[in-house]
Design a protein around this ligand. Structure first.
Ligand SMILES: [Zn+2]
Length: 322
C-alpha cells in the first residue's frame, strides 16, 4: 500500500526509436506508464509536443491525480549539462545540439524539469530499486549499440567538475585502436558493446573464418549479440572468441572501476546483458585471471534488473531528488 501523500514525479526517457514515460513514486512504484515511437525526423518541437502530450495523459490517470507531482525528469541519449538543463549533443537525435530542453519543457508543462543523460538515470534507478538496491556506490554499464554508463557515489549521481563524468564507455582500453563515434581511438564501447561483439564476428567471417553464422553473414543478414551468444554456446570457435574478447574488455573496465572507486557493485545492463550468467560467469572469470588480490577484492558484478524501464524510472527519481 502506498499512502496518497507519497510524493511522485513524471519520468520521460527519450530514445532514438521510442519515448517511454511514467509517473513514479519516491519508492519507485510505477503508477502509470506510456510508450510512443520517437518522431525524430520532425525536429525538436515535435518531440517536445510528444512529451507534453504524454505528460498530460499521465496526469489524467486516476492513480496519478491523487498525488502531488513534484517535477518532470527527462533523459536523453547524449551529453547533457544537468545544471542548466541543456542538451550538449545527441548522436541519435539530429539537431539536438546546445538546446535548453528543460526550459522548453518547463514552458509547455509547468513542471520543474530535471535533465540527465539516459544512462545516468538508469544508474540511479538500478541503485535505488534495482540490482544495486541498498548500495550507496555503484557503476552501471549498459551494453547496446554503445556502452552507456552512470556512476553513483554516496547515494547520488556523480557528475564531476564539468558535468561530463561517468562516460566509462569512452575510457580508452586500446591505445591507437579502433575509431569511436566520439572521435577518440580505442574506446571501451568499440570493443565491448553489443554492436562491437557482433561486428567482430562479421569481420572474422568476411576475412575467411568458418562459422555456423557464415551463411547468414555472407547473405547480408545483420547479426546481433544474441546471435553471437547462441553460436558461442553451440561451441562455434568464431562466436566463442568474439564473446571472450568482449568479456575480456568488460573485465578490464570492471577492474579499473574497482581500483578507482571500489564501488559496492558494478551492474551490467542493456541488450547484451540478456545473456545472463553466460555473460557474468565469463566476465568474472577473466576478472579473477587479470586482477591482483593484493589490491583488494574482486568487483561484485551483477545483472541489471529494471530492463528498459530503468530510464524513465530513474528520470522520475532524479526529479524527486531535485
Ligand atoms: Zn568514444
Amino acid at each position: 500500500m502506498h499512502a496518497t501523500s507519497e510524493r511522485a514525479a513524471i519520468g520521460i526517457d527519450i530514445g532514438g526509436t521510442a519515448i517511454k514515460g511514467g509517473a513514479v513514486t519516491s519508492t519507485g512504484h510505477v503508477l502509470a506508464q506510456r510508450e510512443t515511437p520517437t518522431d525524430n525526423h520532425a525536429g525538436i518541437e515535435s518531440i517536445i509536443a510528444q512529451i507534453a502530450l504524454m505528460v498530460s495523459s499521465l496526469q489524467d490517470e486516476d492513480a496519478v491525480k491523487s498525488r502531488e507531482i513534484v517535477g518532470l525528469g527527462v533523459g536523453v541519449p547524449g551529453l547533457v549539462d544537468y545544471r542548466d538543463g541543456r542538451v550538449i549533443n545527441c548522436a541519435n537525435l539530429p539537431g539536438w545540439e546546445n538546446v535548453q530542453i528543460a526550459k522548453l519543457l518547463d514552458d509547455r508543462t509547468g513542471l520543474g524539469v530535471s535533465m540527465e543523460n539516459d544512462a545516468n538515470n538508469a544508474a540511479l534507478a538500478e541503485a535505488r530499486i534495482g540490482a544495486g538496491r541498498g548500495s550507496d556506490s555503484m557503476a552501471l554499464l549498459t551494453l547496446g549499440t554503445g556502452v552507456g554508463s552512470g556512476l553513483i557515489i554516496c547515494g547520488s549521481l556523480w557528475h564531476g567538475a564539468g558535468a561530463t563524468a561517468g562516460e566509462i564507455g569512452h575510457t580508452i582500453v586500446q591505445p591507437g585502436g579502433r575509431r569511436c563515434t566520439c572521435g577518440q581511438q580505442g574506446c571501451l564501447e568499440v570493443y565491448a558493446s553489443a554492436s562491437a561483439t557482433a561486428r567482430r564476428v562479421v569481420e572474422a567471417i568476411l576475412t575467411g573464418a568458418k562459422s555456423i553464422l557464415s551463411e547468414r553473414v555472407n547473405s547480408g543478414h545483420p547479426l546481433n549479440s544474441a546471435d553471437v551468444v547462441e553460436a558461442a554456446k553451440a561451441g562455434d570457435a568464431v562466436g566463442r572468441q568474439a564473446w571472450d574478447e568482449s568479456c575480456k574488455y568488460l573485465a578490464m573496465a570492471a577492474i579499473n572501476l574497482q581500483h578507482t572507486l571500489d564501488p559496492k557493485c558494478i551492474v551490467l545492463g542493456g541488450g547484451m546483458s540478456a545473456a545472463g550468467d553466460f555473460l557474468l560467469a565469463n566476465v568474472n572469470r577473466q576478472c579473477a585471471e587479470m586482477m591482483s588480490s593484493r589490491l583488494g577484492t574482486l568487483p561484485d558484478i551483477r545483472l541489471a534488473k529494471l530492463g528498459n524501464d530503468a530510464g524513465f524510472i530513474g528520470a522520475a527519481l532524479n526529479a524527486l531528488d531535485a
